[in-house]
Design a protein around this ligand. Structure first.
Ligand SMILES: *[C@@H]1O[C@H](CO)[C@@H](O)[C@H](O)[C@H]1NC(C)=O
Length: 143
């Protein structure tokens, strides 16, 4: 009996700790957040929430790993930081090129590349399902 009280106490503490850590990891200047649900993927969340693949990864670089393999149900993640939150996006489909996406958005390709620093200048590393910021404003600060 003593042991089970102890175990229950540990489980309760672990639950509290995970809630606290899930909340405390959000940046103070988080503009938008979402709670991870079953079967969510980073690109799936990005597509639904209008966040670029780059922005979601960068804003959550302290908590989400590079392969986005460590999402968990109930996790609260930040979608964008105030003042740097691009919410005009396009989900890359088969046949899309940076030029066609830039043209459709009415923006120069230089703006597209500036807002999506994960895309190389030849734009040959994009993939179907990747979400690009297609805003006319440049949100990504250069070093
Ligand atoms: C998430 O965003 C909502 C508003 O949409 C806000 O009320 C809530 O405090 C945010 N959650 C956290 C943990 O910051």
């Amino acid at each position: 009996m003593h042991a089970s009280f102890f175990t229950a106490g540990l489980v309760a503490l672990a639950a509290i700790a995970s809630v606290v850590s899930a909340q405390s990891i959000l940046p103070k200047d988080c503009d938008r957040n979402v709670t991870v649900r079953a079967m969510d993927t980073c690109d799936g969340i990005s597509a639904v929430q209008s966040v670029s693949t780059y922005q979601l990864a960068t804003v959550n670089s302290g908590t989400i790993d590079a392969g986005c393999d460590n999402l968990f149900i109930g996790q609260i993640i930040c979608l964008g930081l105030t003042g740097q939150d691009c919410d005009v996006t396009h989900v890359m489909g088969a046949g899309d090129t940076c030029q066609s996406v830039a043209d459709a958005a009415g923006i120069p390709i230089s703006t597209l590349l500036a807002n999506n620093p994960n895309v190389n200048s030849a734009c040959d590393n994009v993939y179907s399902g990747e979400v690009l910021c297609t805003a006319s404003q440049i949100y990504v600060k250069t070093a």
